[in-house]
Structure formats: C-alpha cells, structure tokens
Write a protein that binds this ligand. Structure first.
Ligand code: PLZ
Length: 454
C-alpha cells in the first residue's frame, strides 16, 4: 500500500505473515500518532462507534497488529473472528489484487460472474449435511441473518421467530430484535420488529441443567407461549459469541433440531462468529452433531472483505420468488475472490486442526490458573474460540469490573483482547489461526499477569 499524503501513515506499508512476529512496545499505548488519530476520530466519527484498542493500525499479519507509532501488539481478536486465516494472507492479497484489476463490480443481479457461483458451490460442499444445498451471498452477518429469516418465513408461510437468551445476531432492525442484550445494542433504538420471541438457553455454568432439561424448558416455552405451528424459524448460535462464548450442554442443540423437524420449523444456525475453522471444525454445528436447515456465515469467510452468506436446503432456499432476494453489493467480486483464497487456505494449510492446537494451549494454561484463583469461574470454548468467565468468588456473581481491568491492562501491555458476555464478565480469545505458539504463550502470560495484578 502506498499512501501519498503527508499523513504520519505515509509510506509503503506491507503487512502479512512476513511482519516480525513479536510484541514490541516503543511507546505507551496509545502513542502520540495513535493519540492524534483518536482525537480526529473523536471529532469526525460519532461516539456510538466505539473502539477496543486505542491505536492507529497500519499493518497486520501472522499474529500481530502494528500501529502508527511502531508498536507491535499481539492479536487475540482477529478483528472479531474475521482474519482467521491471518491478516493480509498472501493468497488473499494476490487474489484481491488480481480481481480488482479485472473488474470491481457488475452487480451479480445484472451481470453474473463465476467467483460468486464458486463461493456458493464451496459453501454448499463445506457446510454440514449431504443434502442438496443452495447459497445466497450478502454483505454482513446481520444482512445474512435478515435474509435467512425472510427465506424461512416465505418457506413456511409462518411469522414467529424464536431467538435465545444471550443471543447476538446484529444491529439492523430485525437483528436488534433477535439480539438479547439491551446495552449497548438496543437501548433507545426501538421499536423493534414484531413476532420475535426469546427462549431460555442452556448455560451450564449458570443453570446447572443437562442439555435435555434445558431443551425441554425452551421447547415448553415455545409450545405454550407461541405454538409450534406458528413458528417459522428457530435461530441460534451453536456457541454464543457476543453473549459470552456460552457452550450449550450436550444434547441441547440436537433436541432443538429434532423438535424443529417434527414441527415444520426451519432451524437456522447463526455461524457468523463460529464458522470457518474457528471452533476446530469447519462449522461449529459439526461439533454438536447437528445439521441445520439454514446456516448464516460471514466474518471468517473472506478474511476481512465484507461478505456473508445464507446456505441451506435447496427446497427452502428456493422458496423466494425470482427477484425476492439480493442487493447491489451482495457477493461483490473482490470479496468473492478473497473468500475463495481464504477457503483454499483453510483447506490446504490445516488451519482447522491448528484451531484445536490453539484451544488446547489456552485451556491447559487457564485450567492451571483456575485451580488457584477462584475469580476465574469458568474456562470454556472449542478450538480457537475460548473464554474466561470471571466471578466474585464469594457470591458467584459476574465480575465485570475485574474483566474490564484485565482487558485494559493487557492492551496497555501490547495484547489485544476482547471482552463479551451479557454481564460483561468474559474475556474471549479469538486469535488468528496463523499465530505461532511462542507469540500465543507470550500473550497468555500477559493476560495471566494482568489477572494476578488486578
Ligand atoms: N451473528 C453470531 O457474532 C457479529 C459484532 C460486533 P455483522 N458479531 C460482532 C459489534 O459490536 O457490532 C455477528 C455475530 C453473529 C451476526 C453478527 C452480525 O454480523 O457482520 O456485524 O453484521
């Protein structure tokens, strides 16, 4: 990238895996150049758009993000589970450069092109189940979720949609309605879309229920409060993301799928955060032995280019009349080129297995911490989607202040960590699968020290 203004970011910046794989702090975080950008951000960008790490990013790759002051931070967030193959992955860079020079846009609904169809074919092949599938492409996770609901309603001729406690599905009007948490996602932004109902989840650390018990509780609520024959779709994240990396008890998801099938309800797995190798399986649904009717994907699909998809049973996907689905940019050719390169990387570089190795390192290290520190109530997750839930050891109540302090101290020490959870008391790890063991361990040392010091 060559920048020809006189900004402090001027010059040629190359990211990707060739960046020195090190944590390097040459200023305080934020350094002077980052502070300058953040001041401009405060003046030019509304406060509604927050940020986690107070830096001005100029390059990233492997397991690091480099800022304008020359600090190199270890990345345990992947831009919220997006750069899973690694930032500026060489295959993605090459594919994007080739495509951008060929054509930037035609609108697939005006003049179709091959890469869109290839992404659809790849998703039809990679998603769980060997039934006939079709895929439609969109721009964001929220847009994919909106379209999955449209498709399910058209297919069933029903209106009600069931989402779950702690669920997160986006910030558009319908997806705000589907999202559980009011602050910061919903407060003051209503009225919300109608015919959205919320069922209780399985949250083993907090409810102590078996998967079968939790499923019975949810199904009873659906049958008594909505009626199975009124429900178009159930939508659920196999592992909840923003809601706290909540892994449901065994049997919970299969029981819901079975109930949906028996009642003609479309089961939608929202794999926007869990998809593409993140959980140590190509899709988290595989980890729970379920085959969803529809699956929504985004984030890791295209290594940072905006792309999202709805993939599912051909007869459901074909429910819409011609022209009923679409959008100007959905399946943009540059994003599709990036997706094909990213999918190639997932498959040829053993990245799904790498997610499991990363998960094993995180689990082992924090199981040891947990044994001596009762504030660490739960260590959970699958693959490279792991979380730590912090509590008051006396009461078991969520400890959001401790969690925020650990995240803040870690970032100040050059490790980008994200928090999540309805109660704000969860640290989540979403490292790029391109991170090396040394860097990963160094980052976990920093987080562990931050906990000890807090
Ligand atoms: N479904 C399961 O995780 C996005 C949101 C960050 P978009 N999660 C990150 C924020 O604060 O806005 C997400 C998700 C699941 C849907 C979405 C929405 O995806 O691409 O952000 O629209």
């Amino acid at each position: 990238m060559t920048v020809t203004t006189d900004s402090p970011h001027a010059g040629t910046v190359t990211g990707g895996p060739a960046l020195p794989q090190e944590r390097r702090l040459v200023t305080e975080i934020p350094g002077p150049r980052s502070q300058e950008l953040l001041a401009r951000k405060a003046a030019a960008v509304p406060v509604g758009i927050g940020h986690t790490a107070p830096i001005s990013a100029v390059a990233a790759g492997g397991g690091v993000v480099v800022d304008a002051d020359g600090n190199s931070l270890i990345d345990l967030g992947s831009g919220i589970a997006v750069t899973t193959v690694g930032n500026a992955h060489p295959k993605v860079v090459e594919a994007v450069q080739r495509q951008v020079a060929a054509f930037t846009h035609t609108c697939f609904m005006v003049s179709p092109y091959e890469s869109y169809v290839e992404v659809a074919e790849a998703l039809n092949r990679l998603t769980p189940g060997d039934h006939e599938k079709k895929t439609a492409l969109f721009n964001s996770g929220a847009e994919a979720v909106e379209n999955a609901i449209k498709i399910a309603r058209k297919h069933t001729g029903r209106q009600a949609v069931v989402a779950f406690d702690h669920g997160y599905h986006g910030r558009t009007n319908l997806t705000m309605a589907l999202t559980a948490k009011t602050m910061p996602y919903k407060s003051g932004f209503g009225p919300f879309a109608p015919e959205v109902y919320r069922a209780p989840l399985s949250y083993p650390f907090r409810d102590g229920l078996s998967g079968a018990e939790a499923a019975k509780r949810a199904i009873t609520m659906i049958e008594k409060q909505i009626g199975g024959d009124q429900v178009a779709a159930i939508i659920i994240e196999p592992i909840q993301g923003e809601g706290g990396f909540i892994v449901p008890a065994d049997g919970f998801l299969p029981a819901l799928v079975e109930w949906a099938q028996a009642n003609g309800v479309v089961f939608i797995a929202d794999e926007v955060q869990t998809g593409f190798g993140r959980t140590g399986a190509m899709f988290a649904s595989e980890r729970f032995g379920i085959v969803p009717d529809l699956i929504t994907t985004a984030k890791g699909i295209a290594a940072g280019l905006p792309l999202a998809a709805v993939t599912g049973r051909a007869e459901i996907m074909d429910a819409s009349h011609p022209g009923g689905l679409g959008g100007t940019y959905g399946g943009n050719p540059i994003a599709c080129a990036a997706a094909l390169a990213a999918i190639d990387a997932y498959e040829s570089e053993n990245l799904v297995e790498r997610a499991n190795e990363i998960g094993a390192v995180i689990r082992e290290r924090f199981a040891a911490v947990q044994a001596s520190d009762p504030r660490l109530g739960d260590v959970r997750g699958h693959g490279a989607m792991m979380a730590l839930e912090f509590v008051d050891p006396e009461t078991g109540e969520p400890d959001a202040a401790l969690t925020a302090a650990i995240a803040k101290a870690s970032i100040a020490q050059g490790v980008i960590v994200l928090t999540c959870g309805t109660f704000g008391n969860v640290i989540r790890f979403l490292p790029p699968l391109s991170i090396g063991d040394d860097l990963l361990n160094e980052a976990l040392d920093v987080v562990t020290a931050a906990l000890a010091a807090a």
